[in-house]
Each structure stands twice: as structure tokens, then as C-alpha cells.
Write a protein that binds this ligand. Structure first.
Ligand code: AMP
Ligand code: ZN
Ligand code: FE
Ligand code: FE
Length: 280
């Protein structure tokens, strides 16, 4: 039988991706994926839309999100899977995270104004057209209004951590993030640890109830993938994976290219079924 593949890390235009849910479902079909999860930053708004398109195409869909959380002064990304998208607390808290994102864009624009870049926050929000705006939207606005030639230039000159115009985002604590995902019926997974350099804090995450680690990721080399897969075995955690595709852009992650086997999803389903009601 032909092997089945999945992609559990995808973004749409409901956060900083450039594809609509319909376009993501079409791309998943083109890549012959059996299942996909939507993990937009700090929102679950796109899930019902993508679920509908996936259903039409016979692609299994998992509702998810990618929360930005703080762990001992570091920002890390926490993926949530199998979420009840009608969960009130999840809706309320993500609305607060979205407001933090909006406030941060306003502050970033103020910093840019101080160094003579004549951009307005509304120009960024009008371009973002979503409730969870992020730095990629600001980068696109800087390009659109002629202040930078590319998104990369915008990040390296103005938006990267450490640049004088950078401001931190206010993030929830990781323990609260894990609890929030669990109380909404979901599994909590550490996103792309290879990009973070906080392996020493993984025991804290496990203590807080972490369910898994994202081992397959476009920006993980084979050796990194292997290291984290071995770690998940040692710690009895789930191994998950996805592309982190933000749309079909040259040189950036592309949906379905990480070849994550379907069996990974089976193991996640077993865990979510066996912990139903006990994850609180
Ligand atoms: P934010 O959540 O607003 O802090 O933005 C973070 C997002 O920006 C990440 O999830 C990436 O999609 C994107 N990003 C981060 N660094 C860069 C970079 N150097 N160039 C392009 N995109 C980046
Ligand atoms: Zn992103
Ligand atoms: Fe991320
Ligand atoms: Fe992501």
C-alpha cells in the first residue's frame, strides 16, 4: 500500500500566511497529503474554514494553533492540536494574545517613526487584514511603501531581535499555554526546538505537561530531527512534524515537503483519546 503523509504545521492568511484556507486545501490535495493541521499564530479562526475545504477533498483535518509563550525570559512557540474551537477560554485568551500583537505593531511603528520611517499602524493593519498581525505583515508593509526592497531586508534592518527598532511581544507563560491547550481538549507540542536553543528547559515543559516535540521541521537538519526523535523516545513524548509553510513563496517552507508519516497522527490520536478529561 502507498505510504500516507501528513503536514501538521501550516499557516493561512488568518495569521501571517499568504494563502487562504481554500488555497491551502488545494495545495494539500496537490501534494497528496492524507491529513493536515492548521496552526496559525495565536488564533483558531481559520480552522472552521479549512476544515470545510478539507472535508470536500477527503483530507483529514486537525484544528490547531501556534501560541507564542514565555519560558524563563525566552519566547518559544507552543503548538496545540485537536482543539475544541468553540472552547470559551481558548477563544477569550487568544483574543487577548491578538490584542498584544496589535499593541506590539503600534509600538514597532512608533519606533520606526522615530527614525524617520513614515509608516502608519493602519497601513500595516489594512495590509494584514487579520486579527493576529505579526512582524511579517509589517515587513510586507515596509516593502509595499518603499522603505525596504524585501521582507528579508525589513527583518534584518528593523524587525529582528536586537535591532534598535525591535520591541518584544508580551507572551503568556508556558505553563498557562499548556493548560489552556489541555482544557480545550488538545495536545501541547513544543514547536521547532532546533530554532530556539532552550533544550535545557525541556524538563520544565515536561513537568508542565508537554505532550510532544516537533521533530520534523523545514529548518531542522536530518541530524536535528534524529536528535529530537531520540529525545521523545527517552522522555515518552510524541514526535510530531510539519513544514511551517506560510504559502507558496520561493526559498521558504513548502507544504508537504517534510514527509511526516501518517502513523505519527495515529499515535497523537491515541494519546488525545486516552487523556480525554485527565489533562486538566
Ligand atoms: P511575530 O510572531 O510577529 O514575532 O513574527 C514571527 C514570525 O515572523 C515567525 O513565525 C516567522 O514566520 C517570521 N520571521 C521571523 N524571523 C524572520 C526573518 N528573519 N525573516 C522572515 N520572516 C521571519
Ligand atoms: Zn509565522
Ligand atoms: Fe513558530
Ligand atoms: Fe509556524
Amino acid at each position: 500500500m502507498k505510504q500516507k503523509f501528513i503536514d501538521l504545521h501550516l499557516h493561512t492568511s488568518f495569521s501571517d500566511g499568504i494563502s487562504s484556507p481554500e488555497q491551502v486545501a488545494e495545495a494539500a490535495e496537490d501534494m497528496n497529503l492524507s491529513a493536515i493541521a492548521l496552526t496559525d499564530h495565536d488564533t483558531i479562526e481559520g480552522c472552521s474554514h479549512l476544515e470545510k475545504y478539507c472535508l470536500n477533498k477527503g483530507i483529514e483535518f486537525i484544528s490547531g494553533t501556534e501560541l507564542s509563550v514565555d519560558i524563563e525570559g525566552n519566547e518559544m512557540h507552543l503548538l496545540g492540536y485537536f482543539l475544541d474551537i468553540e472552547n470559551q477560554l481558548l477563544i477569550e485568551q487568544t483574543t487577548i494574545y491578538q490584542q498584544n500583537r496589535i499593541n506590539r505593531i503600534i509600538e514597532l511603528v512608533e519606533r520606526l517613526n522615530k527614525i524617520g520611517i513614515d509608516l502608519t499602524a493602519d497601513q500595516v493593519f489594512n495590509l494584514a487584514k487579520c486579527k493576529a498581525p505579526g512582524r511579517p505583515h509589517l515587513a510586507r508593509a515596509l516593502v509595499k511603501y518603499g522603505f525596504c526592497k524585501s521582507n528579508n531586508e525589513a527583518f534584518s534592518r528593523f524587525l529582528r531581535k536586537g535591532s534598535p527598532t525591535w520591541v518584544p511581544k508580551i507572551n503568556a507563560n508556558y505553563r498557562d499555554g499548556i493548560k489552556l491547550i489541555h482544557q480545550a481538549g488538545g495536545l501541547a507540542v513544543m514547536a521547532h526546538p532546533g530554532l530556539n536553543n532552550i533544550d535545557n528547559l525541556i524538563p520544565n515543559l515536561v513537568d508542565a505537561g508537554l505532550d510532544g516535540i516537533e521533530c520534523w521541521h523545514t529548518r531542522h537538519q536530518k541530524s536535528t530531527e534524529k536528535r529530537y526523535r531520540e529525545m521523545t523516545v527517552k522522555l515518552s513524548l510524541l514526535a510530531t512534524g510539519g513544514s511551517d509553510c506560510h504559502g507558496p513563496q520561493k526559498g521558504l517552507p513548502i507544504i508537504g515537503t517534510k514527509q511526516v508519516p501518517y502513523e505519527i497522527l495515529e499515535m497523537m490520536k491515541q494519546k488525545v483519546a486516552s487523556s480525554a478529561g485527565s489533562l486538566l
